[in-house]
Write a protein that binds this ligand. Structure first.
Ligand SMILES: Nc1ncnc2c1ncn2[C@@H]1O[C@H](COP(=O)(O)OP(=O)(O)O)[C@@H](O)[C@H]1O
Ligand SMILES: [Mg+2]
Length: 249
């Protein structure tokens, strides 16, 4: 399968793919995902932490993380969405909120009041954006400080959803292995390549992740009229610091 070189999504298209702007059929799919998670999340976990990743960029991780956290909050739970893509953060931009203060500020030891991150859309939906982009995202995400922050946050919420970078491009997503209850893998129809997906699963398995399931984004089979969004947006390449080269397959 080859990647489709098509024009970028328009701003209006991307608005239609988020939270309350979603078309009915897409909202129903996210609600189905919410229901399915009830069966795949470990029982007795007072605040499951759900990681969202995919093999490559542009497959719909951030879109899925936003919408999943939204439908979870819609049901009344206290939900926190964290932008853990510290290389190409996009949650703040998509949600029209400031990107700082955010996760990196918390990781740098700054104190915070979680109420600062409450959204305007739902009073029980909170979003922590990335904060300033650091030079060493993998180290920060796998740090003791990150563990301490999560221990605190888990006491305050019913669910935490963390938007992560793609597994096959950088090792950041793998560094949260001991923080997440499980991982959702986003696949984009007509875009994600089979070999990349296999590689992604291999990496996740090697790091002992509990794979909660896959989301088929932009699916023609399930999304009905939603399939008109068949274009692919290309943006900034992920940066590879010299010490953090793309892992070998
Ligand atoms: N099902 C979809 N239909 C239309 N546009 C989509 C869909 N899923 C994602 N997009 C758009 O594709 C682009 C990449 O999605 P994004 O969620 O940012 O991917 P990732 O986080 O995996 O890089 C964004 O502009 C987003 O609005
Ligand atoms: Mg993203």
């Amino acid at each position: 399968m080859t990647k489709k070189q098509t024009k970028a999504f328009s701003v209006n298209d991307s608005k239609k793919t988020l939270h309350r702007n979603l078309e009915f059929i897409a909202t129903e799919q996210y609600k189905l995902l919410r229901t399915n998670l009830e069966f795949t999340l470990p029982e007795g976990d007072a605040c499951p932490v759900i990681g969202v990743t995919s093999p490559m960029r542009g497959e719909g991780k951030s879109t899925t993380a936003i919408n999943l956290s939204y439908v979870l909050a819609e049901k009344g739970s206290r939900v926190l969405l964290i932008d853990g893509d510290l290389r190409l953060p996009s949650v703040a931009k998509k949600m029209f909120i400031p990107s700082t203060p955010g996760l990196t500020d918390l990781l740098m030891g700054n104190t915070f009041n979680v109420n600062e991150f409450q959204t305007d859309l739902l009073k029980n939906w909170y979003i922590i954006p990335s904060g300033h982009i650091p030079p060493n995202p993998s180290e920060l995400l796998g740090s003791r400080r990150m563990e301490a922050i999560f221990t605190k946050l888990r006491e305050m919420f019913d669910y935490i959803v963390i938007d992560l970078p793609p597994v096959n491009l950088v090792s950041d997503a793998l560094s949260v292995a001991n923080l997440v209850s499980g991982m959702i893998v986003v696949i984009r129809e007509d875009y994600t390549e089979k070999k990349e997906l296999e590689r992604c699963f291999r990496q996740l398995k090697l790091s002992n992740f509990n794979i909660l399931g896959c989301v088929m984004n932009n699916s023609k089979a399930e999304m009905g009229t939603y399939n008109r969004y068949k274009t692919q947006k290309y943006y900034k390449e992920y940066a590879y610091p010299p010490s953090n080269k793309e892992p070998e397959a």
